[in-house]
Design a protein around this ligand. Structure first.
Ligand code: ATP
Ligand code: MG
Length: 703
């Protein structure tokens, strides 16, 4: 097979047209799952493999790291060549790369650091405090700054031309100050990365010329979400060769709050009158049932470029919508459904995505997944259980459950500060090494013996006393015990109110558990993180799901106030944006879509009564199946796979049993499941981490 044939294989006629059109501007405007991203990867392979365009001369840009990595993988699979060092990546990372080389020309240092929204938000808040502006205005001010930057309006422009932007002087001062602070910290925020690259090109034509020469071809995925600055960047770069290919879907434009400008698609035809436009109609991703739901959602939007989506795939599984009483039950429902799908054997954890509107929603879901030993990772968000304060409190629990756990003990020995500094810790550690004992045992020895200074004895004994007091009370109710830890150590006071709030969920999770069980779950989870990297359930916000696909998709919180978000409810334009966001979520699903919502939900601090999303009532009822309240999740998995718990208990390989494996040595059983004639166990081996084994084949020995 020639390379050309190889790269055209599995493409439909329209997709082939798009791949072959390598010269001049090209706009692929098409619905979800029609192969737009596929066209980009095949085009890359075709241009480098057949037309012999040097791979370093193609600039390929998208939005998220995950999407960029997927694109790289697809290209590597097609071409059989490594993509390291090529210009394939996110707008932000590629701009950062350009700036590292030449930002000196704009008066910045080339070792600048990059602030995420959390870091920059922190700066804005501090400025507001200083300017005595009410904190409640923070959100609006922060987003105004972002959209000004996305539109390439710098503080100077604002000051010289205040009237036309309609902002008051106070706001302008905040913006000026914010930009100064960033510069003082040698930091750029996400918007700066693009804005300053554009500035670099506009102020230094020689730099621009060099890149125009370097990039003979430019491709942009998810073009509907480009903002003014991103589009300007692309236009500047393609001005010499005009070989620009953009692919997008106006129905999936979901980043208006970051300045995304759907108008870029419409303007594209004006800016490049010779553009070739290709529409793709066939969806290869989803079943007919899923597309029906998607179609019924998006056709309610009034402002859209009409397009038809069709599939050759069968109707497939029904789409489900389940209502539960609260977010905890919703999480349990999702977890149970995952378990059943997993046991059926068709899907692994990596095939499953769980989406939600706001990050907060992940807490309840994470908690239940963790309890049930279902491994997950969060895309684009900090994992709650990796937060320092959560880890600290878990370390206290671990050290109390087993004071000889020196790693946990060391991590809390001076936390909150008790004047046991690094030198003292090293001293105790050296002593422990000499005596071949744990830190705890050594500290006890230090307190009792004569050969140590009074100051060392004092420091050590004040800490050991706290731990011993807690050990003596460790059998009380776990929630009360957590309160006791906080009281005795002064930990909450030390971290402050804001961070203390992060511990609320830990308190909830402790309900009804005993200390050792709880500690075990925590330990299981942290080791799972490393060993299950490739086979984990993916949790993410709907925004982060763009461009991805999963065989099984759960969308949690289909409720008014979440989707549509309460900020959007009164504004028809925002409402259309929320509908697009819902549409994006639904169209990620390949085989199964399971939506859920609750009657009551704890969000932030209060519990609210929730109504089903108004978007649901726009979908004809025969498009999905409703499940009420506490459903049997096996209604979803069509065959009844059940865990024969009674019989399993008779197996010697119960949870907690110690076992020996011929290769991996001794481990502890963490979970047991499956049919009697094919029982599977998850075992934690200190040497290799978690392993899932079938008893039929594993040659496990109970010890
Ligand atoms: P989105 O709008 O969600 O970004 P997209 O238009 O970029 O979607 P892709 O992700 O490229 O779509 O493709 C969707 C799925 O359909 C992928 O699994 C892809 O491999 C598959 N696909 C695309 N075109 C074809 C084809 N011609 N034959 C078979 N499968 C295809
Ligand atoms: Mg895509």
């Amino acid at each position: 097979m020639t390379k050309q044939q190889q790269y055209m294989k599995n493409l439909n006629t329209d997709q082939k047209d798009a791949v072959l059109h390598a010269k001049g501007p090209l706009l692929v405007l098409a619905g979800a799952g029609t192969g737009k991203t596929k066209v980009i990867s095949h085009r890359f392979a075709y241009m480098t493999g057949v037309l012999k365009v040097p791979p370093t001369s193609i600039l390929t840009m998208t939005f998220t790291n995950k999407a960029a990595n997927e694109m790289k993988e697809r290209i590597e699979r097609l071409t059989g060549k490594n993509t390291d060092g090529l210009w394939i990546g996110t707008f932000h990372s590629l701009s950062a790369r350009i700036l590292r080389r030449d930002i000196g020309k704009l008066g910045y240092e080339s070792d600048f650091c990059i602030y995420d929204d959390g870091d920059s938000g922190h700066i804005v808040r501090t400025i507001l405090k200083e300017f005595k502006i009410h904190e409640a205005l923070y959100r609006g001010i922060f987003s105004k700054i972002s959209s000004l930057k996305a539109s390439l309006v710098e503080p100077d422009d604002l000051l010289s031309n205040e009237e036309s932007y309609g902002f008051d002087e106070k706001f302008a001062r905040v913006y000026v100050r914010y930009q100064d602070e960033l510069k003082k910290n040698n930091a750029l925020d996400f918007n700066d990365l693009i804005m300053l690259t554009v500035k670099l090109f506009e102020k230094h034509p020689s730099v621009l010329k060099m890149y125009q020469k370097e990039f003979s071809h430019i491709m942009i995925d998810e073009f509907q979400d480009t903002n003014i600055s991103q589009y300007r960047l692309a236009r500047l770069l393609c001005d010499k060769h005009k070989n620009i290919c953009v692919v997008g879907d106006d129905d999936q434009s979901i980043y208006k709050f970051r300045g995304a400008n759907v108008g870029n698609i419409r303007n594209f035809k004006k800016d490049f009158p010779k553009v070739k436009v290709i529409n793709l109609g066939q969806n290869y991703r989803s079943t007919q049932n899923i597309l029906n739901v998607a179609g019924n959602i998006i056709t309610k939007n009034t402002k859209r470029m009409p397009k038809e989506l069709w599939t050759e795939r069968k109707k497939g599984q029904s789409v489900f919508y389940c209502t539960t009483i609260n977010e905890k039950e919703e999480a349990r429902y999702i977890s149970q459904a995952i378990k059943e799908l997993y046991l059926k054997g068709k899907y692994s954890y990596g095939d499953i995505g769980i989406f939600y509107r706001v990050n907060q929603q992940s807490k309840a879901i994470e908690e239940v997944l963790r309890e049930n030993g279902q491994h997950y990772s969060i895309l684009g968000g900090a994992n709650y259980y990796h937060k320092k304060e959560v880890k600290d409190v878990v370390s206290y629990l671990k050290a109390i459950a087993n004071p000889h756990d020196s790693v946990s003990l060391k991590s809390i020995i001076n936390c909150p500060p008790r004047q046991i500094g690094a030198a003292t810790v090293t001293r105790v550690e050296n002593e422990a090494r000499k005596r071949d004992e744990s830190l705890y045992a050594t500290m006890k020895h230090i307190i009792k013996s004569n050969g140590y200074t009074a100051s060392l004895k004092d420091k050590v004994s004040s800490f050991v006393n706290i731990i011993d007091d807690l050990i003596a009370k460790k059998r009380i109710n776990l929630q009360d015990f957590l309160e006791l830890i906080y009281k005795k150590t002064g930990y909450l006071k030390w971290i402050g109110d804001e961070k203390a709030k992060n511990l609320d969920s830990l308190m909830d999770a402790a309900e009804g558990k005993d200390l050792s069980g709880f500690v075990d779950i925590a330990a299981l989870y942290s080791s799972a993180d490393e060993t299950y990297n490739n086979d984990v359930v993916s949790l993410m916000t709907l925004h982060n799901a763009k461009g991805l696909e999963f065989p099984v998709v759960f969308i949690a919180g289909i409720e008014d106030g979440l989707i549509p978000h309460f900020h959007a409810i009164k504004d028809p334009e925002e409402l259309e944006e929320e509908r697009r966001l819902f549409y994006v979520g639904v169209t990620r699903a390949q085989d199964m879509l399971i939506m859920s919502g609750t009657k009551k939900r704890k969000l932030y601090t209060s519990v609210q009564d929730q109504q089903p999303s108004r978007f649901l009532s726009e979908i004809p009822a025969n498009c999905y199946k409703c499940i009420e309240k506490r459903p049997r999740a096996d209604a979803i998995a069509s065959s009844n796979v059940k865990v024969p718990a009674g019989r399993l208990n008779k197996s010697p390989f119960v949870t907690g049993a110690r076992v020996k494996h011929p290769k991996w040595g001794v481990g502890v059983v963490r979970d047991t499941y499956g049919e009697t004639d094919d029982v599977k166990v998850t075992v934690n081996f200190p040497s290799v981490g978690m392993k899932r084994l079938s008893l039929k084949f594993a040659n496990l020995e109970k010890i």
